[in-house]
Write a protein that binds this ligand. Structure first.
Ligand SMILES: Cc1ncc(COP(=O)(O)O)c(C=O)c1O
Length: 385
């Protein structure tokens, strides 16, 4: 198999599995207990907290473990909204957020919150000027993702954070698609809250973290024993957390070499794919992470292309990372100005460090053949040519 869907998920690395293993049966204690096997579990968790913090330039006390990126987003957004309702009811976000943010914002509308969805134009990037204009004296939260999961564009988080700080507004960023892929430092980026997911960085699924800057107050998300800084409750997923810690350590160590490798691979991929007639890259290539390339092809269905590639042992995606089973047009592709037909003709390839030049060549070859086949059956294509 050639796997090119790393934005959807990644395999768990051997080193991560090895690090996790003793926490299933050897250090199996409940980390809230005070005897040895409990203390050992607690120690594993705290070492992991330090590694996650190191990856993003935070202090370990500022890391709250969650069951993934979705939970981290919910914890941040609802936590700020419900804590600060007396101060204001306005939240600013973008039109291209992951459902974990977009649906949470929709939900808050039921509780009297008003949401502004900033446009991203053809480039897929929020304009800082639009943000400035959207701020009111009722704005209590800005939540804008760092890197988009579908098109890979990088938002001007540092500049947004400066404005938020100047105005005294809490700033959250969903960094699920940026952490471990480009440098992420919470101080450089001026963020107060930042979401992480383990399974995007070669860690296990069902675990993640929310960075909460010291002094930022949130309403608890899950009520119970208050194990995680009183924001999350329930006996911790110790082995998963240890896995996230190990994955974070490896991601930090390998960041620069991975970025270089992925930039080279993507350059080749984009160059060769764009040689196909009527093919386009979605989003601004100058402001994109190294591993992501989202194309659209006139006269084909992205779903059809994904299936034909699958038949060749190639895993790619259409639509959004987590909801590619839905047949609706991707809101992200709509937001960057694609019409329904072009949006349906999209394919997202997200590269990982284990991909090779030879794989890129094989994928491009399979794409050429598959696109030609789909176009030969396409009334849209045949009526144009
Ligand atoms: C930008 C973004 N946020 C959040 C999530 C959800 O993360 P998780 O699967 O850990 O809940 C994803 C998953 O694709 C994502 O791409």
């Amino acid at each position: 198999m050639i796997y090119m869907d790393h934005a959807a998920t990644t395999p768990v690395r051997e080193e991560v599995i090895e690090a996790m293993e003793p926490y299933f049966n050897k250090y199996f204690g409940n980390p809230s207990t005070i005897y040895k096997v409990g203390r050992e579990a607690k120690q594993g968790m705290e070492e992991a907290r330090k590694k996650v913090a190191d990856l993003i330039g935070a202090n370990s006390e500022e890391i709250v473990f969650t069951n993934g990126g979705t939970e981290a987003d919910n914890m941040a957004i609802k936590g700020v909204a419900f804590k600060n309702k007396a101060l204001g009811n306005h939240i600013i976000t973008s039109q291209i957020e992951h459902p974990a943010v977009a649906e949470t914002c929709n939900f808050l509308e039921k509780f009297g919150f008003e949401i502004t969805y900033l446009p991203v134009y053809n480039e897929g990037i929020v304009k800082v000027e639009d943000l400035k204009k959207a701020i009111t004296d009722k704005t209590i939260l800005i939540t804008i993702m760092h890197v988009n999961s579908e098109i890979g564009t990088i938002q001007p988080i540092k500049e947004i954070g400066e404005i938020a700080r100047e105005k005294g507004i809490v700033f959250h960023t969903d960094a699920v698609q940026s952490v471990g892929k480009i440098p992420v430092n919470v101080d450089n980026l001026n963020v107060d809250l930042l979401s992480i997911s383990s399974h995007k960085i070669y860690g296990p699924k069902g675990v993640g973290a929310l960075y909460v800057r010291k002094g930022i107050r949130l309403e608890p998300f899950i009520h119970g024993g208050g194990q995680e800084k009183n924001l999350n409750s329930g006996t911790e997923n110790v082995s998963g957390i240890v896995g996230l810690g190990k994955a974070s350590e490896l991601a930090k160590k390998e960041l620069n070499s991975n970025m270089k490798h992925l930039s080279n691979l993507k350059e080749k991929l984009v160059k060769e794919v764009l040689e196909i007639e009527e093919s386009y890259l979605n989003g601004d290539i100058e402001r994109m992470i190294p591993g992501t390339a989202n194309f659209h092809f006139v006269g084909i269905e992205g779903e059809g292309l994904v299936l034909l590639l699958d038949g060749n042992g190639i895993a790619g995606a259409t639509g959004s990372a987590c909801s590619s089973k839905k047949l609706e047009v991707s809101p992200v592709l709509k937001a960057i100005g694609l019409d329904d037909v072009d949006a349906h003709g999209s394919l997202r390839l997200t590269l990982g460090p284990e991909n090779t030049e030879e794989e890129v060549e094989k994928v491009v070859e399979a794409m050429k053949i598959s696109i030609e086949r789909l176009r030969s059956m396409s009334p849209v294509w045949n009526s144009r040519n």
